[in-house]
Design a protein around this ligand. Structure first.
Ligand SMILES: Nc1ncnc2c1ncn2[C@@H]1O[C@H](COP(=O)(O)OP(=O)(O)OP(=O)(O)O)[C@@H](O)[C@H]1O
Length: 272
């Protein structure tokens, strides 16, 4: 299934923060959203998982306006890892992941063997099997995140919407999560701050700037030094990753684009 975002406008208290965004998340592809803080990534994703209603425009799921679907029906198609991951649920890890099965259950129906198997597999996928009986509220930020991702997997959606899924994760778990997304080949719409991770995992990228999609395409085409300077305000060069061949953005962490040239310091290495 695919997602078409058509001329989307979203405002908070009269202030427009997404202004005419258009993009496609193609069937089975990983579509990335990148952009500076406040550019509207989370807001756009919230309209896709129906937490927000757009002021204009539509989100289509394989041609059907998502707002026409009943909540349970929509939840069988679209699962989200939202940015708000507080939810101090007084529930066990198993119970939180089992919430992902709710759209498939009749009211008050209990968990059956299939549900248990799906929940167990989702927990195994995120490496949290050994935390099954723990209270969700006692987990670390990264552990909570992996449990909420397992809840989204347990929903067995056609489309995954993930807002900064690698936030809080150590590098090993970041790499594992991105590998999991790649292996799933599900329609995935994901926002990422780590542009190198985005370049490696996404089939297509959309760059949001001040609520507008200002560039779209394969990562190598989009993540160019001039765009990185203009949109993110950083100096960078793009090379081939020596291990994978993916685009690798080497940032200048010493000064922003257009910033003053720093004085050489004692730690500066002078090649001989
Ligand atoms: N609930 C809200 N009420 C009012 N303004 C909001 C609300 N949520 C977000 N905004 C504003 O909307 C704009 C876009 O925010 P959004 O969270 O969508 O950006 P983002 O690209 O996801 O940012 P970040 O990279 O910092 O997570 C920002 O200016 C933000 O301050």
């Amino acid at each position: 299934m695919r997602i078409d975002i058509e001329d989307l406008h979203v405002a908070y208290a009269g202030r427009t923060v997404v202004a005419g965004a258009r993009l496609i998340a193609a069937d089975g592809e990983i579509t990335g959203l990148v952009g500076p803080n406040g550019s509207g990534k989370s807001t756009l994703l919230r309209t896709v998982y129906r937490h927000l209603t757009p002021h204009a425009g539509r989100v289509l799921l394989s041609g059907t306006d998502l707002r026409r679907l009943a909540p349970a029906q929509a939840a069988r198609h679209v699962a989200a890892l939202p940015q708000e991951r507080g939810g101090d649920f007084e529930l066990s890890v198993h119970e939180v992941v089992a919430m992902g099965r709710t759209p498939y259950k009749r009211a008050f129906a209990g968990e059956d063997a299939t549900d248990r198997e799906i929940v167990a597999r989702a927990l195994a996928d995120v490496g949290m099997t050994h935390h099954t009986g723990r209270r969700f509220s006692e987990l670390s930020g990264g552990e909570r995140q992996r449990v909420l991702l397992a809840r989204a997997f347990a929903q067995q959606p056609d489309v995954l919407v993930l807002d900064e899924p690698t936030n809080h994760l150590d590098i090993r778990h970041q790499v594992e999560l991105l590998a999991l997304l790649r292996a799933a080949r599900r329609t995935t719409l994901v926002s990422l701050h780590d542009l190198n991770a985005a370049a490696s995992v996404c089939d297509r990228l959309h760059v949001l700037h001040d609520g507008r999609v200002i560039a779209s395409g394969p990562p190598r085409q989009v993540l160019r030094p001039d765009l990185l300077a203009e949109v993110f305000g950083v100096r960078a060069t793009v090379v081939d990753h020596p291990l994978t061949g993916d685009p690798l953005i080497a940032f200048d962490h010493r000064r922003p684009a257009g910033g003053p040239v720093p004085e050489p310091g004692p730690r500066d290495h002078v090649p001989t």
